[in-house]
Write a protein that binds this ligand. Structure first.
Ligand code: ADP
Length: 184
């Protein structure tokens, strides 16, 4: 059966769990033998969007370029996993419209929890004023109003988060559920 392309877009604060969930979802999809590609915000900024900063204009340009590549891949039947803070709602909605097959996953943890985790030590630097325009500290984050999936990572286990994403993709017909596959 042909694979349907879709972009799964993980948005949320730094440290919310985007990369962690994305990696686990990626593994499950690869285990099923599906074509998957990943656009990780941190990595993209070293190549595709190198030189862009963190002003609203540059953040929007970063997201538009990620969105453009996602669109090309999605229309070729790839499952694209994007993890990027993508703080502005209207820009996410813009890429949603251009891509079409778009699943927004709101990776949601309170700022206090993200700050406590401080996976990369960036919150500490932002609080100390060493990093400016840090999302959640001195730069805005506009949460999705109607995300297809919400992972509350302070309340749900990683497994529950991954199951909610995979379950949604199955339910929408982007994947065939394993029980169905077993019967084919
Ligand atoms: P982001 O990519 O959003 O910046 P990371 O995935 O790098 O965030 O870091 C999230 C941190 O939160 C990791 O240390 C991860 O182990 C932890 N964590 C705790 N619970 C969860 C969960 N349910 N889902 C994802 N990450 C979780």
């Amino acid at each position: 059966m042909p694979q349907h392309g879709v972009t799964v877009w993980f948005t949320g604060l730094s440290g919310a769990g985007k990369t962690t969930i994305r990696m686990a979802v990626e593994q499950q999809l690869r285990d099923r033998g599906l074509k998957v590609e990943v656009l990780d915000g941190d990595i993209v900024r070293q190549y595709l969007t190198k030189g862009l900063g963190f002003s609203k204009e540059d953040r929007d340009e970063n997201i538009r370029r990620i969105g453009f590549v996602s669109q090309l891949l999605t229309r070729n039947g790839v499952i694209v996993l994007v993890s990027a803070i993508s703080p502005y709602r209207s820009t996410r909605d813009e890429v949603r419209t251009s891509i079409g097959n778009f699943v927004e996953v709101f990776v949601n943890a309170p700022l206090s929890v993200c700050e406590q985790r401080d996976v990369k030590g960036l919150y500490k630097k932002a609080r100390a004023g060493e990093i400016k325009q840090f999302t959640g500290i001195d730069d805005p984050y506009e949460p999705p109003l109607n995300p297809e999936v919400e992972c509350k990572t302070d309340q749900m286990s990683l497994e529950e988060c991954v199951d909610s994403v995979i379950g949604y993709l199955e339910q929408q017909g982007y994947l065939f559920s394993e029980s169905v596959q077993a019967n084919v």
